[in-house]
Design a binder for this molecule. Sequence first.
Ligand code: ZN
Length: 242
Amino acid sequence: MKKLMRGLRQFQDTYVPEHKKLMASLAKGQSPNALFITCSDSRVQPELITQAELGELFVIRNAGNIVPPFGATNGGEGATIEYALKSLNVDHIIVCGHSSCGAMKGLLQIGNLEAKMPLVYNWLIHTEATRQLVEDNYGDLEKADKLDMLVGENVLTQIENLRTYPAVRSMLHRGDLSLHGWIYNINDGSILAYDSERHAFVPPFTDPNKTFSNGHGHGLSQMPGEHRLARNQSQRIFKGSY
Ligand code: ZN
């Protein structure tokens, strides 16, 4: 707690005086660029990893970056999504999962959670579709590989769930909204972004032809996760299920 209090003082002594103009303008209202949905995990900081300034990101955080399908619950997620789209006119929504996610580890053994952590169990049920997809189709993977798979598929499930919200669906129909799926790697701070045309999570900055070329214009020389996994594993794991 002492460290937090020192941080508060430092913020007020240095950041605030240096950003007076920005804070005065934000006091009149906000106009964030994006709705950022991510996990509560302390190792994932949306503003830090995107280098966003105050007022730039509207954020939802919960265990497992889960968006319950429309009507499934009266939680804050739906209200926050609706407010972001209808009142703040946000036109990008990012769902950002992350490596080594505790919620996804819990999902892998959800049967053990019902008695031990009933609230977590009830929450993770909102992404049961992810668990079932991975268990049914990739059940033979090693535990670490299965977790990677679950993290990626969970992001895609939440994007599907977003589409069940009337405001999201309506804006998508008009072409006024973009949905993005990201995976943050807590080992090295890198991001993979879902590319729906290629059905894969890929590095967002590099030329895809270069990234996935063997230098002779064909073949796959480098897939995300290849540093740790065999090539055929990483190709399968990061393929996604759209
Ligand atoms: Zn997490």
